[in-house]
Ligand binder design. Sequence first.
Ligand SMILES: [Zn+2]
Length: 252
Amino acid sequence: MRSTTPAWVLRRIRWSDTSLILHLYSLDYGRISAMARGALRPGGRLHGTLEPFSGIAATLSRREGREMDTLIDAAVEQPIPALRADPRAYAHAGLFSEWVSGLLYGSEPCSPTFHLIGAVFGRLASAPSPWSVTCAGIEKLLLLAGVRMELEKCTRCGGEMTGEEPAWSHTSGGLVCRGCLRPGDAGIAPGLLEFLRLCRRTDIESTGGTRLWKGGFRQCHDFLREYAEAHVQARLKFRSLAVLEDLENAVR
Ligand SMILES: [Zn+2]
């Protein structure tokens, strides 16, 4: 079956001198992998159309039950010159892509996820703080992946949190009130909880200006990662984190 779908390029892997394997998030099929034969051949039809984090119209050959699709043709629909010009924003786009792949591999297509990816990629380069865009994007991605964090009520009794110092349980899915505390529950830094609540009620287009304490976003990211890992029951791997660390150390 041949069909054309809008898709974001999450990752490209060199397969041979001339071919690429692409990880795509497509509007019509969700997260898929596609072989792009000849994509690196100069003058070839696909050459220059498959930049990471760009939006493309992907024409695919798909066969039921086959793991990998074949990319027959592609046209750039959303180029990303601003991301390419900004190494830090580019690395964040890579990190967010790894989150999408880690949480949504093999899931049903989901147009809100498709649009969330576009919003994050579009906002990263212009935001004063790309970290706050990435963390806000992850908060929304967790919702879409069906592992929503409870940020307002106690996950055990459903009661309101009344000004008390909140506790938190990844496995229970969020906040825990004092009355429901169990051994193993942890705290959550008040600033972190406030930031996550802000992410929940803000569009990606309006995020990106938040500042946290030194190391706060990294703490937030690790918190989100631990939460996600408790629910997907897998270790999530983020190669882009090392790239970001190098970039951040270089400017310090
Ligand atoms: Zn409770």
